[in-house]
Write a protein that binds this ligand. Sequence first.
Ligand code: PSU
Ligand code: MN
Length: 304
Amino acid sequence: MSHPLLTILPEVAQALAAGKPVVALESTIISHGMPYPKNVATALAVEATVRENGAVPATIAIMDGKCYVGLSAEQIEYFGNAKNVWKVSLRDIPYVLSQNLYGATTVAATMRIAAIAGIKVFVTGGIGGVHRGAQYSMDISADLTEMAQTSVAIVSAGVKSILDIGLTLEYLETKGIPVITFGQDEFPSFYSAKSGFASPLRLDSTTEIAKLLHTKWQLGLEGAVLIANPVPAEFEANNEDIEIHIQQALTAVENQHIKGKDITPFILQYIANRTKGESLETNIALILNNAKVGAGVAASYSIL
Ligand code: PSU
Ligand code: MN
């Protein structure tokens, strides 16, 4: 789909025009979610995994007054290392575009741009959600409100326990967003395959997931589907250790008066620092695993 504010990489445009599977990827995880240089290596490895599993990757970001759908390796390197990159959620898109700034897009912003381009499947690590203490702070990620209205399937490793997983699941229910866990009954919590919460739905194959997506959108039920893909057992992090770091990170957020959009990147960086990179290795493993499943879903969907 051509649009004056989109620059679509030729390979991606050709795949879309031919009805071939395409997988959208976000850039906030590159610029604000992981340290350099592992962020760049991971972004490139995720793209390679998408390809190996039969789909074309399209990493999305903003620059030169355009939404880029598909980045070159050099552009990914830039977004991984530059200091002047905005974290762009939905509300930031018009500012960053019209001011010709560099923007790394969150789940919310990436989904919207993917939808404009005609991409139906999006792979990430973790989504934003309802924060712990949201009953006082009202801190609910725009990822959730965006999922209520934009018809793109999101593959993530569940919801990170930096968030309130129970409230996030409630919010997804309120907004009519199907939540499917791939291959198990329990909803996963990013670093761990367990969360203590039952998954609202379970499906065991990418074909069945694609059929659900097709059914939903065929009926005109707009909005996302959240596909939670548990981290493989050999890469799971110790939940009790992670919980201690999360508690400390949340105290640091209070003490250092971290606010608004800076909270999530601050907590992610804090945990990565405190776990001496162990959480980062888990993060890399799970996103590669998500890329594999996402490419499979995109491939199955493209046949329907
Ligand atoms: N959770 C992660 N890694 C991430 C993010 C969340 O484990 O990189 C990023 C994603 O881009 C997500 C964004 O869309 O943080 C949510 O930010 P906020 O909570 O400010 O909406
Ligand atoms: Mn927030």
